[in-house]
Design a protein around this ligand. Structure first.
Ligand code: ATP
Ligand code: MG
Length: 415
């Protein structure tokens, strides 16, 4: 008999998830597909620390961004250093590129995945510990890197079976274009300053581009008629963007121009993009208000903010949970073989059989607990190709619906 615990059981931390069952299968499917496709594109795996010195994020993402100003899990360790649980991969990868001398491998195509931490208000599709897949091309200045990276994202979504999601593409121009655009935006928004949300009034001074990213209804009207980047693009920046878009067309990647799209972080230049569910699509209804599944862009200015030499780079990240919500219910996978032990003296034989079948590359499950008479019925209820039941007096039975089941070859003496 279990006794009532004297103290109540601790609860999980708000915004974290215990992922199990169909959700866990969908999660694994996303990661496995990412791993498979990144190999097709020849991206190399990299494993990154979950925490970094706080300045890695503060300096590269930007002090005025939501992430750095409100969302980071920052703490002092026992040695008195300020550390932060990674709120994204890119800054840590940039730090690693500089501290390890990875310049020698440039251009370097990297892929990774794992937990990410942001102190946000938890809701459907938004957590405090979530997971990302991430792809970066570091040390590549040419627009073909952007094309390669986006083709990877596009193929990944296709292979996940996700439909009704479109690539929204913009350019933020080079440094000069961005500055001119910024000045025009400040002028535009200053004229209506009092009517903007409090957050956007603050953004006006620090980073007006970010007002375009505002989700606040009060800002929407003024965002809609704000000056567009196209008026301010230098010839170089325009040529760069045209090379990206014609490359995408050639690679068969569908895209749509979104001239109001900006990314929340300071380090972006040139290409910026998000994959967003189409309005009214099934994907949109599954995700609710958390709409962006994959986002990224070119971050040519980032390495310098970490004290490195100018290093052009482009990358994206996608939330595994949000992708998993779109891949639908995976069908429960079935065992190639279930071995039922109806006579306990035959357990050792069952172990041998299981081992041999698995070594031949088939999945196998053992049922040898509970009442002997009920074991076979239990097996029948589980998805399977073949059941071998070991009975008294060295007898056995084999049941299957398909006499071509490949595992039958592997259990010849029984079949
Ligand atoms: P959002 O606008 O939804 O806050 P973001 O611009 O902050 O997204 P990024 O920093 O670009 O997101 O992160 C890339 C991806 O990570 C997002 O497109 C989304 O799929 C996922 N993501 C971001 N924040 C969360 C979160 N709190 N919980 C779950 N997934 C998230
Ligand atoms: Mg966010």
């Amino acid at each position: 008999m279990s006794k009532t615990p004297s103290r109540s059981t601790p609860q999980a931390i708000r915004g974290t998830q215990d992922i199990f069952g169909a959700d866990a299968e969908a999660f694994a499917f996303v990661v496995e597909t990412f791993e498979r496709v990144r190999k097709l594109y020849r991206f190399r795996r990299v494993e990154m620390p979950v925490f970094e010195k706080t300045e890695v994020f503060a300096r590269s993402i930007g002090e005025t961004t939501d992430i750095v100003s409100k969302e980071m899990y920052t703490f002092e360790d026992r040695g008195g250093d300020s550390l932060t649980l990674r709120p994204e991969f890119t800054a840590g990868i940039a730090r690693a590129f500089l501290t390890n001398g990875w310049q020698q491998h440039a251009p370097l195509k990297l892929a990774t995945h794992g937990p990410i931490f942001r102190y946000e208000r938890p809701q459907k599709g938004r957590y405090r510990q979530f997971h990302q897949i991430d792809a970066e091309i570091v040390g590549a200045a040419e627009p073909q890197a952007d094309v390669e990276l986006l083709a990877f994202a596009d193929q990944l979504l296709k292979e996940l079976g996700i439909a009704g999601v479109t690539l929204h593409l913009n350019t933020l121009g080079d440094g000069d274009s961005r500055e001119a655009w910024r000045a025009a935006l400040v002028e535009h928004f200053r004229a209506v300053r009092g009517e903007l949300s409090e957050d956007s009034q603050e953004r006006l001074e620090k980073n007006p581009l970010r007002i375009l990213d505002s989700k606040d209804r009060r800002d929407r009207a003024f965002v809609a008629d704000a000056p567009k980047i196209d008026q301010f693009l230098s010839d170089d920046a325009r040529a760069f963007f045209e090379a990206v878009t014609s490359g995408l067309d050639a690679a068969g990647v569908k895209w749509t121009r979104a001239d109001g799209l900006v990314r929340g972080l300071d380090y972006y230049r040139h290409t910026a993009f998000e994959f967003i569910p189409d309005e009214g699509s099934e994907a949109a209804s599954k995700l609710g208000s958390q709409s962006t599944v994959l986002g990224g862009g070119r971050y040519d200015g980032l390495m310098e903010s970490l004290g490195g030499a100018p290093t052009p780079a482009v990358g994206w990240a996608a939330g595994i949970e949000r992708l998993a919500m779109l891949v639908g219910e995976p069908t429960e996978s079935s065992s190639d073989l279930i071995v039922v032990v109806e006579d306990d003296t035959r357990l050792t034989e069952a172990f041998g059989l299981m081992r041999s079948v698995r070594e031949q590359g088939f999945s196998a499950e053992l049922i040898a607990e509970g009442s002997n008479r009920k074991r076979f019925d239990k097996a029948k209820k589980k998805p399977h190709d073949v059941i071998v039941s070991l009975q008294q007096n060295m007898g056995h039975s084999v049941s299957h619906e398909n006499s071509d089941a490949p595992v039958l070859q592997a259990i010849k003496p029984y079949a």
